[in-house]
Structures are given as C-alpha cells and as structure tokens.
Design a protein around this ligand. Structure first.
Ligand SMILES: NC(=O)C1=CN([C@@H]2O[C@H](COP(=O)(O)OP(=O)(O)OC[C@H]3O[C@@H](n4cnc5c(N)ncnc54)[C@H](OP(=O)(O)O)[C@@H]3O)[C@@H](O)[C@H]2O)C=CC1
Ligand SMILES: O=C(O)[C@@H]1CCC=N1
Length: 270
C-alpha cells in the first residue's frame, strides 16, 4: 500500500523530524521516498545530512509531486502555506495535517475534493511510542484511512475519533509529552535533592514513569488499583501521595489539559 509512495513534509521542524525519524526507524519508508520542505535552508541541510532524505526549498513543487503530503507547519502559517501550494496538490494525493486546531473544514476549503486526514500525534513517534488520534475528511475513503493508520501505527498507538474530540486529544496526548518531561525533570531534581547523583536520578525518574505507564497498558488494571499495590499501610508511598494531594497535583494536571485543549480551539479560530 505504501510501497514506493512519495511522502513529503511541508515544514521540517520538531514534529516533522520526529515523524521522519520514526517512520524510517520502523522501516515503513526508505529515505529516498521522503522529501522535506522548510523555510530554512539550514534546517533542510540538517535533515538531509541526518536522515539522508531528499529536501527542497520549493513548497509548491514538493506538494505537486507528493503522493502523501504532510502539513507540518505551525498553525500561525498554515493558511499562507496552503494558499501557496493548493493549486499544485493533486486530487489523488493524501493530505495529512497535524496542525493543532486546524479543522477539516478549513483544509477542505483550501483543498477542494482532496482526501484529507486530520491527525494529532505526539513527539514519542520518534521512538516508536507515539499516540495519535485520526479523523478522516469528507473525501477520504477507506484506503486513505488505511494509509494514515499504517503510518501512525508503525510509530505507536492509534485511535480513530470524531474530529470534535481532537482539541481534547491535543490537550492530553499531543501536549502530554511536555507535561511528562516536566515531571521527569522535577523527579530527577528531587532525587538529586535527596542525595542521588544526577545521571542516576534521571534514569530512576524516567524509567519509573516508563514502567508505570507500561503496567497500566499491559495489565489493563485501573491506575488506582496499581497505586494501591505500591502503597503499604503506614509506609513511604502514602506519605508521598499525601503531599501530592495536598499540593493539588491532580487539579494542576486537569487544568493543564483543559488549558491546552482551549488553546488548540483558539488556534483553530485564527
Ligand atoms: N511539536 C509537537 O509536539 C506537535 C506539533 N504538532 C503540530 O505540528 C506542527 C509543527 O509543530 P512543530 O514541529 O512543533 O513546529 P516547528 O516550529 O518546530 O516546525 C515548523 C517548521 O516549519 C517551518 N516553516 C515556517 N514557515 C514555513 C513555510 N512557509 N514553509 C515551510 N516551512 C515553514 C518553520 O521554520 P521557522 O522555525 O524558521 O519558522 C519550522 O522549521 C504545528 O502545527 C503543531 O501544532 C502536532 C502534534 C505535536
Ligand atoms: O504546543 C503545541 O502547540 C503543539 C501541539 C501539540 C503539541 N505541541
């Protein structure tokens, strides 16, 4: 299905790089099938050098030859980029937008009758542990859906959801790695505060979050039950959890997700 297809990225920033790294690592595409376009020559040199992919500063030409076209620019410039390339995008091209807040209706207005897919992935696609939510556009048939599912499931887990839920997804799993990195960093600092060497503190912190997440996914148990298994009566964990509850960690995480989801909605209105 994806064999020999030309896959291109308009915007070669952080998320495009994470996807390129992930799909090449998964062996889904060969480097010569992949083209990246970016406004910065320096960035194109870096991507070509690091991943041996093709690069081009000509967005319209890249859009014209793409069979799968990723829109990976910031929400603030997507309208300008679409205006520049829209007339070159062929009706057979599958267009996959990961632009936060940018709606299928806006995509279809710019690219009439083109099969479009709106996806919200996250940066762990770079290491095969991404979380992506997919919503298909009006002109996307089952084949288009299969292409999007194949790409994103090669670099992590995929859910199909109605587009109306993608802002919520953005607040939770799209931005979520950011929250997780803050937590990992904070726990590592805490380990140093408690006397651990920095390198070991960081490993202890990151591997602990990785292990806990894996337990939730592999056992299918409710996190509350798994938490109870760690929490010996009168022991250390409940002393720690008491402090987290006192400081409102749950409410802070909840407010973070809602703030990010609201921001995604706001970006979509511009
Ligand atoms: N980062 C993430 O975790 C996720 C991001 N997304 C979405 O992915 C998109 C990209 O995000 P991210 O990678 O973080 O952003 P970046 O800013 O890292 O990447 C965007 C890239 O596009 C370049 N660019 C700007 N204007 C143009 C243009 N006219 N033509 C071609 N390239 C251009 C930028 O260059 P310059 O920097 O010089 O402006 C930059 O290199 C966003 O829409 C975001 O909402 C979705 C899920 C997760
Ligand atoms: O911060 C952002 O706007 C993007 C969208 C989701 C993750 N990063």
């Amino acid at each position: 299905m994806l064999q020999n297809k030309k896959i291109s990225f308009l915007g070669g920033g952080a998320m495009a790089e994470a996807l390129i790294r992930g799909i090449l690592k998964a062996g889904l595409f060969k480097p010569e099938q992949v083209t990246a376009n970016d406004i910065s020559q320096e960035r194109l040199h870096y991507l070509a050098d690091r991943y041996q992919i093709r690069t081009s500063p000509e967005g319209a030409a890249v859009a014209a030859e793409a069979e799968i076209l990723f829109l990976t620019v910031k929400p603030q410039v997507i309208n300008q980029v679409l205006k520049h390339v829209a007339s070159k995008v062929r009706k057979e091209t599958t267009v996959i937008s990961i632009v936060a807040g940018f709606t299928i209706a806006a995509l279809e207005e710019a690219l009439p009758q083109v099969p479009v897919v709106r996806v919200m992935p996250n940066t762990p696609v770079a290491v095969g542990e991404g979380m992506s939510a997919i919503a298909l556009g009006t002109f996307a048939d089952a084949g288009t859906g299969e292409i999007a599912s194949a790409i994103f499931s090669s670099v992590g887990q995929v859910v199909n959801l109605p587009e109306s839920l993608l802002d919520a997804v953005t607040g939770l799993s799209g931005s979520g790695p950011g929250y997780a990195f803050v937590m990992i960093d904070a726990l590592a600092d805490a380990g140093v505060r408690a006397g651990l060497p920095r390198a070991q503190a960081l490993l202890l912190s990151a591997q602990t979050l990785l292990g806990a997440a894996k337990m939730v996914i592999e056992t299918g148990e409710h996190p509350g039950k798994l938490r109870d298994m760690v929490t010996s009566p009168g022991g250390t964990t409940i002393a720690g959890i008491h402090v987290l509850e006192q400081r409102g960690v749950r409410a802070a995480l909840s407010d973070a997700v809602i703030a990010a989801a609201n921001r995604s909605r706001e970006l979509g209105k511009k």
